[in-house]
Design a protein around this ligand. Structure first.
Ligand code: SF4
Ligand code: SF4
Length: 377
C-alpha cells in the first residue's frame, strides 16, 4: 500500500497550492473548547499599525518591558518569525470568572485566578494543531480557484460563543520566538516549516491578528472585544503553512462614542488620541514593574494586589460575558479562603503553594509582597 503523502505546492503553479477548509479548522477549534476562531492570511502588519507600534517604542512607552522592542521586524511581519507561514488561525478562550474572591478581601485580575493560561492555551493549541495536520490526508485539498465557491460566507465567521467562560500582560520568552508546535498526541507538526503555536510568549501582535481574523476589534481599552461576548478571552495563534479556502474579514471598530473605559481608568493610562501609557497602568505597576510602585499606583490600586480589570469591567460589551466552566480556570479553595490578615503574613512557602502553575508567578514573591505591603502603609 502506498503511503499517503503530504500535499505539496507545485513550484510555479500558484493555483495548485493546497488549500485547507476554514470550516473544518473552525469545527475542530470548537471541539477543543475554544470560544472563537478566525483565520487571517499571514502578511506584514498594516503600515499604520506598524508605525504606531514603532512610535510607541520611540516614546519609551514600554517602560521596563524592554522585550517589547525585541524582534521588531519579526513582530511586524510573521513571515519573518516563522518562515513558510501562510495562514494565522486566531483563537479565543473564555476566562470570565464564575467565582470571584470574597468582597472586602484582596483581589486579583480575573485572568490570574486559575491555572496559568500560557500552559492551558499552548497545550490545547498543540493538540488542535495536531488535529489540523491530521486533516491533510483525509480532506481533499481545494484548488485555490474553486475555494470561494465552496462554502457560504455564513459558515466562515467566528464560532458562536459558548455559554460559559479575560487576557493578560506577560513577558515574551525570546527562546520561544519561533518554537514550533510540539504536541505528541495527537501527532503534531514537529519542527516543520510554517507551523507555530503562540500565546503571549512570542513577538506576535495578538490582538491585531485577532481583529484581522474577524474575532472582534481592539477597543479603546486596548483589549480585543468580541461582539456580544466581551473581552475576557485568552488569545492564541496557530501558524499554518497552508492557505485556507476563505479568510475572515477584519472587524471594524465598534467603540463609537463610548468612553467608559477611559473614565474608569484610575491612572490615566488610556487617554483618547494618545498611545497607551503602559507605565501608568496598574497591570504594569503591579505585575511587570520590578522596582517601587509609583505613588499614583499606590493611591489607585484599591484592594487589588495583582493586575487590574477596571477598563474591562466598565466596558458595556462585558455585560454579555458568560462565566467560564473550564475546571482549570477556577480559583483554588485556598485562594478563595485568603483573608487580608493571611495575605499580610504570606511566606514564600505559602506563595509557592498558592500559585503553583499560576500566572501570578510572573510578579514573583517579592513583587506580590511589595503590593501587599503597599496596602499596609
Ligand atoms: S488595566 Fe486598569 S490601570 Fe490599566 S488601563 Fe485598564 S483601567 Fe487603567
Ligand atoms: S468601554 Fe466603550 S470605548 Fe472602552 S473598549 Fe468598551 S466599548 Fe470601547
Amino acid at each position: 500500500m502506498t503511503a499517503k503523502t503530504y500535499p505539496a505546492s507545485l513550484p510555479g503553479k500558484a493555483d495548485h497550492i493546497p488549500v485547507l477548509r476554514a470550516v473544518s479548522i473552525k469545527s475542530l477549534a470548537r471541539s477543543f473548547g475554544f470560544s472563537a476562531c478566525g483565520i487571517a492570511k499571514a502578511d506584514a502588519v498594516e503600515e499604520s499599525i506598524a508605525r504606531r507600534y514603532r512610535r510607541w517604542l520611540e516614546n519609551g512607552e514600554e517602560a521596563s518591558m524592554s522585550y517589547m522592542a525585541n524582534y521588531l521586524e519579526k513582530r511586524l511581519d510573521p513571515r519573518l518569525l516563522v518562515p513558510g507561514v501562510r495562514s494565522i488561525v486566531s483563537l479565543a478562550l473564555n476566562y470570565a470568572p464564575s467565582q470571584l474572591l470574597p468582597k472586602g478581601e484582596y483581589q486579583f485580575a480575573a485572568y490570574a485566578l486559575g491555572k496559568d493560561y500560557h500552559d492551558l492555551m499552548k497545550e490545547r493549541m498543540r493538540q488542535l494543531a495536531g488535529k489540523i495536520k491530521e486533516l491533510h490526508p483525509l480532506l481533499p485539498f481545494l484548488p485555490r480557484k474553486e475555494a470561494h465557491a465552496t462554502f457560504p460566507p455564513s459558515q466562515q465567521g467566528i464560532l458562536p460563543i459558548r455559554r460559559q467562560a479575560m487576557p493578560a500582560s506577560s513577558a515574551e520568552d525570546p527562546s520561544q520566538t519561533s518554537r514550533p508546535c510540539t504536541a505528541s498526541s495527537p501527532p503534531a507538526p514537529q519542527r516543520e516549516p510554517g507551523w507555530g503555536c503562540f500565546c503571549d510568549t512570542a513577538p506576535v501582535l495578538e490582538r491585531y491578528w485577532a481583529q484581522k481574523a474577524g474575532l472582534g476589534w481592539v477597543g479603546r481599552n486596548h483589549q480585543l472585544i468580541i461582539p456580544h461576548a466581551g473581552s475576557m478571552f485568552f488569545l492564541g495563534e496557530i501558524f499554518l503553512p497552508f492557505e485556507v479556502d476563505v479568510y475572515d474579514e477584519s472587524m471594524p471598530d465598534r467603540c463609537g462614542k463610548c468612553h467608559r473605559c477611559v473614565d474608569a481608568c484610575p491612572t490615566r493610562a488610556i487617554v483618547p488620541g494618545e498611545d497607551f501609557h503602559a507605565s501608568r497602568c496598574l497591570s504594569y505597576q503591579l505585575i511587570e514593574n520590578r522596582g517601587e510602585l509609583s505613588e499614583e499606583a499606590k493611591a489607585a490600586m484599591g484592594d487589588t494586589i495583582y493586575g487590574c480589570d477596571r477598563c474591562q469591567t466598565a466596558c458595556p460589551w462585558n455585560r454579555f460575558a458568560t462565566p467560564s466552566t473550564e475546571p482549570e480556570l477556577q480559583p483554588k479553595p485556598e485562594l478563595l479562603s485568603m483573608s487580608k490578615e493571611k495575605w499580610h503574613r504570606l511566606t514564600v512557602e505559602d506563595y509557592r503553594r498558592l500559585f503553583k502553575g499560576s500566572a501570578v508567578k510572573r510578579a514573583k514573591f517579592d513583587g506580590l509582597k511589595r503590593n501587599i505591603q503597599a496596602k499596609e502603609q
